[in-house]
Design a protein. Structure first.
Length: 382
């Protein structure tokens, strides 16, 4: 008796829903114009409305044909290509307004730039992530510009050279350990991430016989782009502009690392001995199929497939069932809210991690070295 044929791929999802992020730009303009509490519309839209829509619209478990050609993805890709000029205009337009007008109080200005940070972190860095995984030099440059606008350029090196190779092992700083609270994780990533990225890049250069001062070291580009952003902020509004720019960058990084915390919390690749680890599989990332959040975050929640095929463009990412990948109970906005309150997070997620361990690794009886990050570093890691 022959095996049944696999299900036919679903049709390509329409591009329009993935453009819902663009609505955040006029909300920022409105907040800058009206002042007051209008800035709250941004987190309400990005966090609460999206979560509510997830509850109403449910899950999207369709899988489009991953062999779909890039020529059929023009309108899907376009939103990532236009985002840098939109974000640049939002950040520096508001800084310019602050330098020329006193119609916003100090608290109103902080609220406005908090909202901008929510957008540059949840949307801007996410789009940079998509762009940096592509082969096109133009897309990679746009990704670098987006990261420079939040002073987090080293993320490119850390993500491409470390995270994708060594996710869910001790080498990866952004793989959150079991029972590790977000606040401790955040401090660890802020301090370890830049050092880790520098070490990876310099070792990568050394393998080609080059020194850290070689012009191919992307840290030169990172420095020039970030200094240019800082200089522009200062030129538009002096120390106030510089401070507001750095504040939105911090909020953006907080948004990014909240997401990183959720994506791999408590999931570990099996140590095979002598610094060898099993290959990356869908089970090593939390998967989520919540429809509205995947629209806003261009399928970032299909994270298990992203680690399986890192350069697969976002409209073609596949989703997995619970037999292949662990499932989040809610979309990222709701999960990151829980992550900010560690007791609530542990109550919701620790039982899921323990169930994941029983499901995929029943042979491992002692998880203590996995929990505290004391397993050997991977062999040949940068």
């Amino acid at each position: 008796m022959s095996d049944s044929a696999p299900p036919a791929p679903s049709r390509l999802p329409p591009a329009a829903p993935f453009w819902m992020s663009v609505a955040l730009i006029p909300l920022i303009v409105l907040a800058a114009w009206q002042g007051g509490a209008w800035w709250l519309l941004v987190p309400v839209y990005a966090w609460y409305l999206t979560t509510a829509l997830d509850g109403v619209l449910g899950l999207n478990e369709d899988n489009p044909d991953p062999q779909t050609g890039t020529d059929q993805l023009f309108w899907h890709r376009a939103v990532t290509l236009i985002w840098f000029p939109l974000q640049f205009a939002a950040i520096f337009g508001c800084i310019a307004v602050m330098g020329r007008s006193a119609h916003l109080s100090g608290w109103e200005a902080l609220g406005l730039f908090f909202a901008i940070g929510v957008v540059s972190g949840s949307i801007g860095i996410n789009y940079a992530h998509e762009l940096l995984h592509q082969k096109s030099p133009a897309e990679r440059w746009l990704g670098d510009l987006l990261l420079a606008s939040v002073l987090y350029s080293h993320f490119r090196t850390e993500h491409l050279l470390v995270h994708h190779s060594w996710v869910s092992t001790p080498r990866d700083a952004v793989s959150a350990r079991y029972n590790e609270g977000f606040h401790r994780f955040f401090w660890r990533v802020l301090t370890d991430g830049p050092r880790s990225a520098w070490a990876a890049e310099t070792r990568f250069l050394a393998r080609a016989g080059r020194t850290p001062t070689d012009r191919r070291n992307p840290f030169w580009r990172y420095a020039v782009l970030q200094l240019g952003m800082l200089a522009l902020a200062f030129g538009l509004a002096g120390w106030m502009g510089l401070g507001l720019f750095v504040f939105q960058a911090f909020i953006a990084v907080w948004q990014l690392e909240l997401t990183n915390y959720v994506e791999h919390y408590g999931l570990s690749r099996k140590h095979l001995g002598e610094g060898r680890y099993e290959p990356v599989r869908p089970r090593h990332s939390w998967n989520a199929s919540h429809k509205a959040t995947n629209w806003l975050l261009i399928n970032l929640q299909r994270h298990s497939d992203h680690h399986t095929k890192p350069d697969r463009r976002f409209p073609l990412l596949q989703t997995y069932g619970p037999d292949e990948a662990p499932q989040l109970p809610m979309g990222y906005p709701a999960m990151t809210f829980l992550a900010m309150v560690p007791p609530l997070w542990r109550r919701r997620m620790n039982p899921r991690v323990r169930a994941w361990r029983r499901q995929f690794y029943p042979e491992i009886e002692d998880w203590s070295a996995y929990n505290d990050g004391t397993l050997p570093m991977p062999r040949n890691a940068l």
